[in-house]
Design a protein around this ligand. Sequence first.
Ligand code: AMP
Length: 284
Amino acid sequence: MILFKKSRDLHDFLKEKRRRDIPVGFVPTMGALHAGHISLIGESRKKGGLTVCSIFVNPTQFNDSKDFDQYPYTLEKDIDGLEAAGCDVLFLPSVKEMYPEGLKNLPHFDLGFLETVLEGKFRPGHFQGVCQVVERLLKMVQPQFLYLGQKDFQQCMVISKLVEIMGIDTRVVICPTQRESDGLAMSSRNLRLSPSEREQAVYIHKTLRFLRQELKPGYLDDMKERAIQYLAAEGFRVDYVEIAEAETLKPVTHWDGSTPLVALIAAFINEVRLIDNLLLQDSH
Ligand code: AMP
């Protein structure tokens, strides 16, 4: 695996590959890699061509500076994991490299409705930060394929919209959420959980499964409320439990029995905020 810290060097390297028609798959991350990230590398490798991973903890997407300061950092282990997974290129820029003009006066993206609900509502500015960094990364890497995890369901929609806004020829590939054996969605933030918090964390997935089990046509408010109560009783501070149209993320209060739905949860265990989601008509 080749490691680049400067975008100019990465650009020159990739230009040469593009000249030889080698397709590029790209996996942007914030490091503290786990099997979820590695599964994206695996998906990219299946296509052949070149797999580029970036590790950059993007300051502009953290609406909570404490969350940024405490974001886990495991670079040596990450490099070992990427090498073992067969990743070809690691891009490891500094903040100065990504934002040479500083962090002020960054572009604003018109994300419309998507920015007004769920993560957009509870983490103001978060998706602007995501777009600011992903736009730069996409311009640097110019991938044919961009691999994202369903774990961040709304982020997948936001980045798909960004790709549309940019008008680039990159295909977004959304890959399934990788879970621990008890169902907890893998997340870098899980590293911040104490052993007892780690046990508690599984209730997010259990609640999503409860919603899937309870789903029937008609009003959904009651089951959402029960899910919130259930999580609160397990000691969570709930930001939201929502059931939305899987295609648009519009909240659904009354289900017609056929529109594809996704259930989404964001909740704190003490200081650590976890998110997860489940497509409600999936059978696994
Ligand atoms: P992050 O490092 O958290 O910014 O995540 C980088 C990429 O990995 C994003 O596309 C995430 O959606 C994806 N990802 C994170 N956790 C998982 C998981 N458990 N399963 C699959 N993909 C994931």
